[in-house]
Design a protein. Sequence first.
Length: 501
Amino acid sequence: MIRDNYLNIVSGLEVKENLLVIKDSLKDRNKGGREKEALIFAINGDISKFVELLNNSDPKIRKNAAIVLGILGIQEAAEPLFKAYSEDDIKYNKAAYVEALRALDYSEYQDALKKRYDELRSNPISEDDKKHVLDEMKQLKAIFGTGKIEFTGYELLNECVLTTNRNHKNLTAEAVGRLPHKEFTAGVMVKTKNLKQLRVIRTYDEMLFIPDSVKTVSFSAKEAAKELIDGGIIKYITERLGYAGEKAENREISTVKFRIDLRADKETKDSDFSKKLAGELEILSNWKLTNSTSDYDVEIRLVKNSSGNLNVLVNFALLKDGRFTYRKESIAATVKPYLAATLVELAHPYFRKNAAVLDPFCGVGTLIAEREIAGNARIYYGIDIFGEAIEKAKTNLKLAGVLRKTELINKDFFAFSHDYKFNEVITEMPFETASKSSKDIESIYSSFFAKIRSLLEKDAVLIIYTRNPEYVKSYGELNDFKIRENFEISKFENSYLMILE
């Protein structure tokens, strides 16, 4: 128990070991809250023993004591923590003191902390000190952040890559219209001063920006960092960002949180490359760029090219994407919204007027939502054997504005019956997984085509996204369905969109 560890420290027994156990227990995601309550009860508000450890001769004891005091969050710890921070000359301890102070009211020490922050920014850093200074600056940057920023570069001339399904990039190219663009391997490249025109296109996945001044860098962390900074990456990013609020336009962006995403083959991918590059960028940018792997404003994506160098792309996480806001809920293996939109666009010529639409394996409702956005139907029925999927579909379809004319049924499709018939089916068929063998999947297709006939009007259409086109062909033909279109979606996944009548 954490109380016993604390009493051992009070008694001077194995202080270092017991303090480490206390720190790890408090930081445990599952039981940390309970352990904190137990420790607060055990010390009865008296933090003097942990404060005393801030003066211990062992630097690791000092560091762990600071971490514990920060987690306890008792304001009396602020003064001794700041004193220890100021006096401790062990560089790897500095970040722990600042992180602990951030959990308290540190306003009394803010000027001194700012002085330290400016000092670190202005002085050169040795290779030996780099890691510890980066850790300390990360904590100081969290204090001296300057407000919420947002993407504001909609009317600048932007060259973008719209990543799409590789076989059907033409759908996105056609939607781009007269804007200067060209198709390439991963999608469509386009130049525009009106980004909002692109934000309504539903058939692309990501919008990535090509910096005009630095399009490639070396596959070396140090060299790449210098090339990015010298190439004006800071200016490119910050001129497309601004502070939220009416009077924010004139305020210079002082810091941008970023992450590195390296796309390279396994043979050449250095696991430490991203970390090294991020650290170099922080230092060379004077911390205007601050590494944050989860909560970030921009992602600098580096893609290995045929020459062995790295192509540079920027993904603005702050760029609002309102296309698929209905998709709040998902489950494993749910079709991506942009792909669902692509499937629906391909199938659009076969939509039935005033359609009664059935999705027998509806999941969280993505295909139903995209079908309705592409063209109104009279009514939808969505069926799924998994109750969790149906509950999530209710949330998504309500947000999509289509729940009012959708019946969602938690049931095995093969036990489903209905009084009137449907004239359109749109669905993603089940596929082989750890819990479904190829034999199971073939049985599903056989049963599906035998049953679906009884639920359809004579002029009905089947729009099927499948990873088993051979079963669609064999069992479809066996039940008198004719294949009208067969679109390859992914050769790698053996996925196809098949239209049958």
